[in-house]
Design a protein around this ligand. Sequence first.
Ligand SMILES: Nc1ncnc2c1ncn2[C@@H]1O[C@H](COP(=O)(O)OP(=O)(O)OP(=O)(O)O)[C@@H](O)[C@H]1O
Ligand SMILES: [Mg+2]
Length: 262
Amino acid sequence: MKIDTTITEPLIQTENLILQYGQKTALKNVTLSIEAGKIMALVGPSGCGKTSFLSCLNRMTDLIPNCRVKGRIRVGTLEVLDTKINTIALRRRVGMIFQKPNPFPFSIWKNLELPLIEHGIHNRKQINTIVETTLSDVGLWDEVKDRLHTSALALSGGQQQRLCIARALSLQPQILLLDEPCSALDPISSGVVEDLIVSLRKRYTLLIVTHNLAQAKRIADKAALFWVQDNVGQLIESGTVEQIFQHPQHPLTKAYITGARG
Ligand SMILES: Nc1ncnc2c1ncn2[C@@H]1O[C@H](COP(=O)(O)OP(=O)(O)OP(=O)(O)O)[C@@H](O)[C@H]1O
Ligand SMILES: [Mg+2]
């Protein structure tokens, strides 16, 4: 029997995901799968639930009072919504990067060392190696190696964002959730961070929220469009970047990618 090697198991799968903030349903019936090693872009107008969707995947939603998530989410074989799972281990496996770079107000070194210590890594040699490797992976090592013990807040916005990505990578995640990671940056820094994200493809599985459709087309393998319908955020269409941008099926997708709506 010939085995089709082009079909890969999804790493992330949501089924009929529902998210409520108190009485308000923000997301309804989101069924979406994401394959390992790919970049998926989440697009759609403001308020359609993109950030909420990301937050479900590593249970950051637990931290929001009155927020309830129902349905099913699997990361590999892990049932994410199972109340008994270790959420600290989940968040190590599924890292998150926000729109505004959020380094700790300490030195560059401490930004990387603290999470490692928090996760039980105390060996000095091991810490040194991880710090150098992850800073090199994000293209920062040469820029900061002579000022590792100065404040991370003195870095430029783009450097801070790359430091935050290094901090997430230092914990050896499998998945990175990036919520508009370039939109607070100047065009040059944005380009540098975008190139970095592309370089992480295959080694990691990446979900990126972006309002920049040109960026989604440039960097993503897959795309998913969310929209508010009947006052609730819903997944309208997902597929390869080519399907979504060249051959959209849904009228809202057509309207969104041509700039007529959204
Ligand atoms: N903590 C919260 N409490 C109550 N409602 C919330 C909360 N966070 C988000 N919402 C609501 O849920 C809906 C989806 O918000 P979300 O932030 O996920 O949208 P988004 O697609 O990320 O928007 P944007 O593109 O502006 O970032 C919105 O109606 C928003 O007002
Ligand atoms: Mg958002």
